[in-house]
Ligand binder design. Sequence first.
Ligand SMILES: [Zn+2]
Length: 94
Amino acid sequence: MILHDPVPRNDRIVGAYITETVAREILERQGYACAACGTAVTADGAHFDHIVPVILGGQHTARNMHALCLLCHHRMMLLQRDWFARRSDEEPKA
Ligand SMILES: [Zn+2]
C-alpha cells in the first residue's frame, strides 16, 4: 500500500509531509507572508499547517496547506486541540 505520493529524488523534504517544491508553491501563493497575521515568513522559518486536518480527511497537498509564522502555528494548534477536546466531550458515550 502506498501512503504518500512518491517524492522526486531532487525534491528535498522540508517537513513531515511537505517537499521543497510544495513549500515554495505555498509561500509564493501567500507572498511569503503568514496566512493568519501577514508577518513575513521564509522557507526555513515557515510552519506548514493543514487547512483541513489530516484526521478529518485533509490531504498533504499545497491546496490544503498554508504557511504560518511560529506564533500563529502554535495558536492554531491550541485552537485545534481545544476543538477536538470539546468535540470528544460532546460525543455520546456508548
Ligand atoms: Zn502569523
